[in-house]
Design a protein. Sequence first.
Length: 150
Amino acid sequence: MTLLTDHASELLVRNSHAADCFSDEQSCLEFLAGEKWVNGFECRKCGHTNYCHGKKPFSRRCTRCKAEESATAHTVFHRCKIPLVEAFEIVRLVCSDPAVSTYEISRKADIRQMTCWKFKSKIQECLKDPDKSSGLKRLIASGNKKLPTL
């Protein structure tokens, strides 16, 4: 999990008014892919830097070992059961108010409380670790990107 940093969380908090930038899963995946591979793609399996498009939107497939990696893999959104648009909003909410209750998140997002608790725990774990939190900081720091509110 690397896409969760203080800088990214600050961006999410600052830019919580426009619903048009992250209004669908496609735009969320595009943003994640852009941030994840900002310095270029490198296969986690073999280290090769050449890739082609994978089977899923914004995924990349190594041309040497054929390993495919999605935009959400190895991020806080990896295996997230919550739709990406709502997950982005929950990240914004947790970063703006770390004391927010999982019951409140559950009520606002109409998602099970335990699911919200698990995702909030994942976010907080990433925020505590400077190595893991760098991507989230970039997410929140992207000044022209705005998130919808629940």
